[in-house]
Design a protein around this ligand. Structure first.
Ligand code: SAH
Ligand code: SF4
Length: 398
């Protein structure tokens, strides 16, 4: 977005997107000492105050300039909906230009083998250009990249709610709306802020970034070293089917994605997570499991099988549990660690792939019906092994 054309609110960056160095430099330009950066940073990151006025004893003129130059919070308003008996909270965030994004907070109570966890799933873009046909966000299309502060402020919103209850956020996953590796220039500084002990202070092992397979982005992450866990949305091991399920496979085929993931595992020593949405009759056959075994055997990898959550615009449904168990057993017997993931938040459209902000739950329009028909035809061809003739989605390859 061209900031000169943006609404006035959008022209002021969010404070949480600034590095301490940037804040110190901004203060120095105004003849202010560096310790003020710590004061302002504490107000931003403590989760205890709703505006800069509530916390920091700043001189009036500096406070005026600060408010004129930056927003304390880039999220204008958040509506929270509860599901799963309060264990899942879907937050709909209204951004200043009217864009809507969602984040989902999941509470996992303590068990004898594990302490309690509070995991937040955040969005990196409003909408998504990749257009996976089983994903409600993909159906929306792409609206815009989120700014660094807009990514981080979803985390501050959840953290404030947790702090009020005497709890704290333990894990962050970039598995909400959008493809994080198509917005890396904003996502990387956000991760740095979440990771920095002087800012949000969450350990690298507690942050997971999921990608549908943007190979140049994976390589960029590899060059940075072990910063977080990488998850790859695999969904199919054969190109013909993956062309349909993850349209950017037409640009970066599955072998290249897995090769980049392998290099990442070798360079960082971190295990790769592969995500596979299990769609009945589409990608859950024995032949699919065999192809996945052939692709991943011997790798330092873990496969998560996720029963597909219902979305309005596809005729597809989750594979039956016994089919998923058989698929898992085939991977396991080849030595590939596999888990079957439980679903959360389905009743409020907060489960994986259901995040579509204002569009969630709408009945299929005629265009959606046409899309369903095309999808059935495309996947029938793919199941016969034919690769797609469609180009990669616009805005994806460079
Ligand atoms: N764009 C990135 C990150 C966001 S999607 C990516 O695709 O990896 C996060 C996860 O939700 C992905 O693994 C995606 O495949 C999964 N997902 C999407 N639609 C789903 C659905 N209908 N049911 C279950 N999981 C879904
Ligand atoms: Fe985009 Fe991920 Fe949804 Fe695919 S699954 S459309 S990449 S958000």
């Amino acid at each position: 977005m061209d900031l000169a054309l943006a609404p006035p609110e959008m022209q002021r960056p969010g404070l949480s997107g600034l590095t301490p160095g940037m804040l110190v430099a901004w203060l120095a330009e105004r003849g202010e000492p560096a310790y003020r950066a710590r004061q302002i940073g504490d107000a931003v990151w403590s989760g205890k105050v709703a505006s800069i006025d509530d916390a920091v004893p700043l001189p009036n003129e500096l406070r005026r300039q600060l408010t004129e130059s930056f927003r304390f919070d880039t999220v204008a308003r958040t509506e929270v909906t509860l599901a799963d008996g309060g264990l899942t909270e879907k937050a709909l965030h209204h951004l200043d230009d009217g864009a809507l994004v969602e984040s989902v907070l999941m509470h996992y109570p303590a068990r004898p083998s594990a302490s309690e966890r509070h995991t937040l799933c955040i969005s990196s873009q409003a909408g998504c250009a990749v257009g996976c046909p089983f994903c409600a966000t993909g159906e929306l299309g792409f609206t815009r990249d989120l700014q660094t502060a807009e990514i981080v402020d979803q985390v501050r919103s959840a953290s404030r709610r947790l702090i009020a209850e005497g709890r704290r956020l333990t894990n962050i996953v970039f598995m909400g709306m959008g493809e994080p590796l198509l917005n890396l220039d904003r996502v990387l500084p956000a991760i740095e802020a979440l990771n920095d002990p002087h800012r949000f202070g969450l350990g690298a092992r507690h942050i997971t970034v999921s990608t549908s397979g943007v190979v140049p982005g994976i390589r960029r992450l590899t060059a940075l070293g072990p910063q977080f866990t990488l998850a790859i949305s695999l969904h199919a091991a054969r190109d013909a089917l993956r062309d349909v399920l993850v349209p950017l496979n037409r640009r970066w085929p599955v072998a290249d994605v897995v090769a980049a993931a392998r290099e990442h595992a070798a360079a960082t020593g971190r295990r790769i997570s592969y995500e596979v949405v299990m769609i009945g009759g589409i990608n859950d056959t024995e032949a699919d499991a065999e192809a996945m075994v052939a692709l991943l055997r011997g790798d330092h990898a873990h496969v998560n099988l996720i029963p597909m959550n219902a979305v309005a615009h596809t005729p597809w449904r989750a594979s039956p549990p016994r089919v998923i168990e058989r698929f898992a057993a085939m991977l396991e017997s080849a030595g590939i660690q596999t888990t079957i993931r439980g679903n959360r938040g389905q009743e409020v459209g907060a489960a994986c792939g259901q995040l579509a902000a204002e569009h969630a739950g709408l009945p299929p329009a005629p265009a959606v019906a046409r899309r369903r028909a095309r999808l059935v035809a495309e996947s029938a061809a793919a199941l016969l092994g034919e690769r797609s003739h469609e180009p990669a989605p616009a805005g994806v390859g460079e």
